[in-house]
Design a protein around this ligand. Structure first.
Ligand code: GAP
Length: 470
């Protein structure tokens, strides 16, 4: 994938209403992005498919929607106050700040850069003569630990409020509600809890469009099991497969652009005994798309039991004297990053037989932001009325998202629908009205396929069955 694809995609996203720069009319706010009318449909569909796959279609999973703001003790217990740090280096010349390990990634590779100790970062930057991306000088300070959590104040009286954090991961909301869920849902191990929600990290070097931002959304699962009854390696392998299948089979991301990568021992998060990422081949190189599975052991529940003083054990209903703190497997996805990978993966430029280039977003029809577009061939009132009737029929009888487009020539409208990835376009013409047999029979329409460009004449009565989602 050429590097220019990212610029082309950013431009298409703005032009077609997928993603806009945040606070645009005020000159923006660096690295913030707003999802436009089509972007929100696409991201919502990614989330809906995730929820359907991992919650609704599984008897062993339930959902949760916990608060972003949590008691600050949560973050002491979870280890984020002391361990959630990145190596920060300053350029002594221009005073810009960067993440030292990220600066070294291109030279050393992702794996080698990720395992560097804090005191190795600055000597390595100097030894490899890595220049400051802002001013070009090699003048780095020692690397310092930089905590990524956003701190804010709760309470209305200045100075008297208490410090609280914006959650840096959604996972802790699940651990903190473990007892509530256990007490209310009649669940037996193994079971999982899924949650979708915002998370915040004061990233040192955000960038690459929506890949790394300070506000983002996660889709996380904590899957609880009894390590005396199930081997963690088996659960780890199953989740790696399930996460992979979601990306490849449900979302339709091309396998050739994906790979699994096991974390090196030194690279593991403070809570993890084993993590495998799914990486995507982004235009700037391989990068983490999601954590297919991370084995968090009983770390979090044990810590919360200690810090809260509440018992967080599970009693086996068939063996009342078998009381354990369950272990946890965690698949963790970022909905923004996955949406970005879907956008990059589906962006296609094709040369048509007439030499014209068409840009087409080849979304899997399950997640395309618009399912079909109705295009009246002319602006004649009675033709528009017939097309509007068809719009009403489809939207009333199905859950499909339907666009109604009357502006510009039919060719231009097809191009526009290709650029937003609409799988089917339906043309209503004078044949449909019974006024021109050459165009087609009465009450038939032309349906055009986005990928094959094939056009077919169909009776309106058959249309809904043909448009039904797989
Ligand atoms: N609870 C585990 C956890 O948070 P992580 O690998 O730090 O693990 C999981 O984050 C996923 O969240 C990542 O794979 C990525 O998709 C997304 N993510 C993390 N930081 C992000 C950021 N700054 N911007 C966008 N997405 C991010």
């Amino acid at each position: 994938m050429p590097a220019s694809t990212l610029d082309q995609l950013v431009s298409l996203c703005k032009r077609r209403g997928f993603i806009f720069p945040g606070s645009d009319i005020y000159g923006g706010l660096a690295n913030t992005w707003d999802y436009g009318p089509l972007g929100v449909e696409l991201k919502n569909r990614v989330k809906k498919e995730w929820w359907k796959t991992f919650v609704h279609k599984r008897p062993d999973m339930v959902g949760l929607d916990a608060s972003i703001l949590m008691n600050p003790r949560v973050w002491e217990a979870s280890g984020h106050v002391s361990n959630f740090n990145d190596p920060l280096v300053d350029c002594k010349n221009c005073k810009e700040r960067f993440r030292g390990d990220k600066l070294l990634e291109e030279k050393l590779g992702v794996e080698a850069a990720a395992v560097l100790k804090l005191d190795q970062v600055q000597p390595m930057l100097v030894a490899e003569k890595i220049p400051c991306p802002a001013c070009g000088k090699v003048a780095w300070t020692e690397a310092k630990k930089f905590n990524l959590m956003f701190k804010t104040q709760q309470g209305v009286i200045e100075g008297e409020g208490s410090d609280i954090y914006l959650r840096p991961e959604t996972a802790q909301g699940i651990f903190v509600n473990f007892k509530n869920i256990l007490d209310t849902m009649r669940l037996r191990l193994p079971f999982g809890v899924a949650q979708i929600g915002k998370a915040f990290r004061n990233e040192i070097t955000p960038g690459n469009f929506t890949f790394r931002t300070r506000e983002f959304e996660q889709m996380e699962i904590e899957y609880f099991f009894d390590p005396e009854k199930q081997k963690w390696e088996d659960i780890f392998a199953t989740w790696k497969k399930d996460s992979w299948n979601f990306i490849v089979e449900t979302l339709g991301v091309a396998k050739k652009n994906l790979r699994l990568r096991d974390h090196e021992k030194d690279e593991l998060s403070h809570y993890s005994k084993g993590t495998t990422d799914i990486e995507y081949k982004f235009p700037w190189g391989w990068g983490e798309l999601c954590a297919a599975a991370a084995y968090r052991t009983d770390f979090d529940l044990t810590q919360h039991e200690k810090f809260s003083g509440q018992e967080l054990k599970y009693t086996d209903p068939d063996q009342p004297d078998h009381k354990i703190i369950p272990h946890v497997m965690e698949p963790s996805f970022g909905s923004d990053r996955i949406t970005l990978a879907v956008l990059l993966d589906t962006y296609t430029e094709e040369t048509l037989a007439n030499g014209e280039t068409r840009i087409v977003m080849k979304f899997d029809p399950k997640i395309a932001p618009v399912d079909c577009a109705i295009l009246p061939l002319s602006k004649k009132e009675h033709l528009i009325a017939k097309a509007q009737d068809l719009y009403k029929k489809i939207t009333q009888e199905t859950d499909l998202v339907v666009d109604f487009d009357v502006t510009g020539s039919i060719g231009k409208r097809y191009r526009r629908q290709d650029e937003i990835g609409t799988p089917k376009c339906i043309t209503v013409d004078f044949g449909t009205l019974g006024e021109d047999e050459k165009q087609g029979e009465k009450d038939t329409v032309t349906i055009r396929d986005r990928d094959t460009l094939k056009q077919e004449r169909l009776p309106i009565s058959e249309l809904i069955r043909r448009l039904a989602k797989p």
